[in-house]
Design a protein around this ligand. Structure first.
Ligand SMILES: [Zn+2]
Length: 103
């Protein structure tokens, strides 16, 4: 069974929600650790030349093109870029209503 657009969209939404929570994503040297929904473990999200990879069952077993952990990291990176580009524009940072990320 292939993954529908709607299924991918639900992961994108879940990923964005995850990215807005504090302490869910930690950067290691060449990958990110994203806390699982149950909160008891971290999944490893790695950017590779051939695309993003995640160690969660949704990605490795179900084979979705992108899971919520990947979307969460991508969304965080996008926010960082926006914040950096905004410089001292506080309003742009406020728009996301989230704590500044440490990485
Ligand atoms: Zn995942």
């Amino acid at each position: 069974m292939s993954v529908t657009e709607a299924q991918l969209e639900s992961r994108r939404i879940a990923g964005e929600a995850l990215a807005k929570l504090k302490g869910q994503i930690e950067k290691s040297h060449d990958f990110y650790q994203v806390r699982s929904s149950t909160g008891d473990k971290f999944y490893k999200v790695t950017p590779r030349d051939e695309g993003w990879f995640c160690s969660c069952p949704d990605f490795t077993i179900r084979g979705v093109p992108a899971c919520k952990h990947i979307f969460a990291v991508q969304f965080s990176l996008k926010i960082r870029e926006t914040v950096r580009a905004a410089g001292s524009n506080y309003r742009a940072i406020q728009r996301f209503k989230m704590p500044l990320l440490r990485f």
